[in-house]
Write a protein that binds this ligand. Structure first.
Ligand code: AP5
Length: 237
């Protein structure tokens, strides 16, 4: 891609981006960088659900028990939530789905939604799917070491990406927090749910010819560079 290309032009050409990967694979970390580069929004279903739980909405009340156990929230609840979000104007030229789809049923639903005339008129580019591959032990260390800023959402890791001052956000000085589902017991359930329900999506998108595989087990800037290359590959831009 031409380095001089405007953010608006990049946004219009990159279109929808779907990030796949196990819990802790780096989807949220990379989504923020992709959002900055292309000027398209990061839509993290986990973040939206956690926000609903924190605000005590009807959706949050229904989702909370599933999330606390490390299970997936039922498809219909998540799909309705995503449909509402994708209809907002900031998604006109593209968006990054971080944590969605997570089941084959969600992926089929998304294909139908994007084939709808409303979405076709707004975004001409078909989605690209980027899968971050990371080994099991590395995932465990990443999840148990994760801390995040409750104010700006920045993600840290006490082993790999520590803040300059322990427990404090570099950007705004807030006290960092540990996610409630980042305990060893819940992590084990989340990884099981991933293997059972989300791994089949690799085949699903491979068959559609949309899948780009990335080695997520390298320093974040190397992963970012590979992700940008994957999105800007071939006939997409
Ligand atoms: P969600 O919030 O989506 O969690 P997740 O998929 O389990 O993914 P994570 O956010 O844990 O990891 P990540 O891949 O974003 O990694 P990160 O960049 O933070 O979902 C939570 C729950 O919500 C689910 O369990 C489910 O209940 C529900 N839910 C959400 N979506 C749903 C859906 N579609 N359907 C049904 N239910 C749904 O990085 C992790 C750590 O690693 C950080 O500390 C980071 O600093 C570090 N790190 C990142 N990259 C690197 C690197 N290259 N090298 C070293 N360290 C790194």
């Amino acid at each position: 891609m031409d380095g001089q290309q405007s953010t608006a032009a990049k946004a219009a050409t990159v279109g929808p981006v779907i990030l796949l990967g196990a819990p802790g694979a780096g989807k949220g970390t990379q989504a923020k960088l992709i959002a900055q580069r292309y000027g398209i929004p990061q839509i993290s279903t986990g973040d939206i659900l956690r926000d609903n739980v924190a605000r005590g909405t009807e959706l949050g009340k229904k989702a909370k028990a599933f999330m606390d156990r490390g299970e997936l929230v039922p498809d219909q609840l998540v799909c309705d939530m995503v449909a509402d979000r994708l209809r907002q104007a900031d998604c006109n030229h593209g968006f990054i789905l971080d944590g969605f789809p997570r089941t084959v049923a969600q992926a089929e639903w998304l294909d139908q939604l994007l084939a709808d005339q409303f979405f076709k008129n707004r975004c001409q580019v078909p989605p690209v799917v980027v899968n971050f591959r990371v080994g099991y032990n590395q995932l465990l260390q990443r999840l148990t070491g994760r801390r995040s800023c409750p104010a700006c959402g920045r993600i840290y890791n006490i082993y790999f990406q520590p803040p300059r001052v322990p427990d404090t956000c570099d950007a705004d000085g807030s006290k960092l927090v540990t996610r409630k589902d980042d305990t060893e017991e819940v992590i084990a359930e989340r990884l099981k749910a991933y293997e059972r329900q989300t791994l089949p999506l690799i085949d699903y998108y491979q068959r559609q010819g949309r899948l780009r595989e990335i080695n997520g087990d390298q320093p974040p800037d190397k992963v970012t560079a590979e992700a940008f290359r994957a999105m800007e590959h071939g006939d997409r831009l």
